[in-house]
Ligand binder design. Structure first.
Ligand code: GCB
Length: 595
């Protein structure tokens, strides 16, 4: 008879153990540190009944035939890490539940033998419970931002056993929530690293041009322990600049660096400087760019000059492989295809993308909009959901605040006014500005509406739209909405005192389909490209238009798409097919952007 002891659910496990979580405050620039990669093939156990929370995490000696055990990581399935599980095994295509990942590792001696060892996960979708050598070490919820644990005292020289229970079940109080229009990829989807850092290390820093006086760089630095009086030198050898800062009782220091001689990071001309930060015990360096971003009236101004954002939306999915993107090569494929169309701007939809994409975009001079996965139907007002939203926002800003390419943080996609939503999102906007006053705050709205009397699109009574610096508008005119008037006579007056980005528009087409070109239901390339031409015509009437971003770069997998025209389970609004074929609408946008 099977021994069955009952089990605890992953959610219970998460909340019960939360207080035990000893995740260090997230170290930034993990890739700039000495590390041992824990990527590779991991053993897995698929656990739809959450049986494993009782014991799968215990030390797994390599199988001993005399030992009684009803499960084993050995000799079973294996999955690549990083990588989503849904695209790696046909059995897991639609899976939503727990998968246990387990592996052994010996530790490589770090260069400094008394270093601290930090176990760093760049991203696990969506909830992770982590166990090391038979002990629970912590958990994390949110699939798109990193988390880490100080494991210095828990490691053995060899045969360390790490187990991670990964759960991607959709939840009503989750972010995103029960329904969203992309594949719910689960798994250890990003890099896993064992970092080596000095015991007292530089854990966090933020350098940006001072918005009030852009000939100065404002610097905030934090060391891992609250030591007062520690000196930190920040230098940029290329221009002979340096400054010495001293920490306060919390281990934090602030200062200014003269930035008169700097070349700015510009879209298309992305100057980056190697910046060194040196404390008594630690040195870290990273390439950082400097630019200003602000709004003046209804314009977006970068480095003092108005910029029109020629954009596109991008999911973190490799169309040809039909799975999550996670490598530098993936990033190159996605970004180069976007750049080919002539864009200077990418909206990273609908969640923080991996650092490879963001850093490469920065090197390529592409301007970015980054957002958290608040996507319709969020359980605003639920304290658990609201605190999850704040965590996600903070973790995104923590990780990416030194990236000059990011000019906007977005708090939400397509949410409608209500007391609870307004309170949550206004709170998030405030948090964002507190953490980073050197960027703009935005959100994507689908509630502007056509007012027949004035033949005009308007948006009224939305306090969140009033609060953001830049308003994003998602409208599928010619697709989900019919044209109310001819495109060139349709007017827009949506918060026209501030900049507006048309953050989504488009329609579906199956590459190579030229049948019934005038009919929407045909999914023809002709219909899609005409829809693009019409929208571009309408844009001429939007006085505060500061940028556009078609939905979307590539056809992408979505379980909410059911029609045969779509080839099932694909959103076909891509300008490029899932096999890399450019549709007619791609050329319409290429032409628009070349002027
Ligand atoms: C939207 C959403 C986006 C969807 C898109 C669509 O408004 O923001 O995530 O995929 O529409 O194709 O319907």
């Amino acid at each position: 008879m099977a021994i069955f002891l009952g089990f605890i659910s992953p959610t219970e496990c998460l909340s019960e153990n939360k207080s035990e979580t000893n995740g260090t405050s997230n170290i930034i620039n993990a890739y700039g540190r000495e590390y041992q990669s824990l990527n590779g093939e991991w053993n897995i156990i698929i656990d739809p009944n959450d049986r494993g929370y009782n014991d799968f995490w215990k030390n797994q000696k390599p199988r001993n035939n005399n030992e009684f055990r009803e499960y084993s990581f050995d000799d079973g399935y294996r999955l690549n890490v990083p990588g989503d599980f849904n695209s790696q095994m046909p059995e897991l295509k639609y899976y939503e539940g727990t998968v246990w990942y387990g592996r052994y590792f010996d530790i490589e001696e770090p260069q400094r033998t008394d270093d601290k060892r930090i176990l760093y996960f760049a991203g696990v979708s969506n909830v992770a419970n982590v166990y090391l050598n038979g002990e629970y070490i912590g958990s994390h919820e949110g699939g798109f931002t990193p988390f880490s644990f100080d494991v210095t005292d828990r490691l053995k020289p060899s045969e360390n056993f790490i187990a991670v229970a990964v759960n991607n079940k959709r939840k009503a109080d989750g972010i995103p929530s029960m329904n969203f229009d992309w594949w719910n990829y689960g798994g250890i989807t990003r890099d896993v690293m064992l970092l080596s850092v000095p015991k007292k290390h530089i854990v966090d820093y933020f350098l940006r041009l001072n918005p009030n006086n852009p000939s100065l760089i404002t610097i905030d630095v934090e060391i891992s322990e609250p030591i007062e009086g520690e000196q930190i030198e920040v230098s940029i050898p290329e221009i002979g600049a340096n400054v010495k800062l001293v920490t306060n009782t919390m281990g934090k220091a602030t200062g200014l660096l003269n930035a008169k001689k700097f070349k700015r990071w510009e879209s298309g001309n992305p100057k980056l400087y190697e910046v060194f930060l040196k404390s008594r015990n630690d040195t870290v360096s990273e390439k950082i760019g400097f630019r200003t971003i602000e709004t003046k009236g209804n314009k977006i101004i970068m480095n003092g000059v108005p910029i029109f954002l020629k954009g596109v939306n991008l999911h973190e999915e490799i169309p040809q492989r039909k799975g999550r993107a996670f490598t530098d090569a993936d990033a190159a494929m996605l970004l180069h295809e976007a750049k080919e169309m002539g864009v200077n701007f990418i909206r990273l939809a609908h969640y923080p993308h991996n650092e490879h994409i963001i850093r490469m975009a920065e090197q390529m001079g592409l301007v970015l909009w980054e957002e958290i996965p608040i996507w319709q139907n969020i359980d605003f007002g639920n304290p658990k959901t609201d605190s999850l939203a704040s965590n996600m926002m903070s973790e995104m800003i923590e990780r990416d605040k030194n990236r000059a390419s990011i000019i906007m943080w977005s708090v939400a996609n397509e949410t409608w006014p209500s007391e609870a939503r307004d309170k949550s999102l206004l709170g998030l906007i405030e948090l964002t500005r507190e953490m980073d006053n050197s960027r703009l705050v935005t959100a994507a709205f689908n509630n502007p509406y056509y007012d027949r009397e004035s033949n005009c699109f308007v948006l009224k009574n939305d306090p969140v739209a009033e609060a953001v610096d830049v308003i994003g508008v998602n409208k599928y005119i010619g697709w989900y909405e019919d044209w109310y008037q001819s495109p060139d006579s349709l007017k827009w007056k949506v918060l026209d005192e501030k900049p507006l980005i048309f953050s989504e528009f488009g329609g579906e087409a199956l590459y190579g389909n030229h049948e019934n070109p005038d009919a929407k239901w045909s999914w023809s390339e002709e219909y899609q490209s005409q829809l693009y031409r019409d929208n571009l015509k309408m844009f001429e009437n939007i006085s505060n238009l500061a940028g556009v971003a078609p939905w979307v770069m590539f056809d992408f997998r979505s379980p909410t798409r059911f029609s045969p025209q779509q080839g099932f389970e694909f959103n076909r609004k891509g300008l490029v097919s899932d096999r890399g074929e450019r549709k007619q609408a791609w050329y319409v946008m290429k032409n628009y952007y070349s002027h």
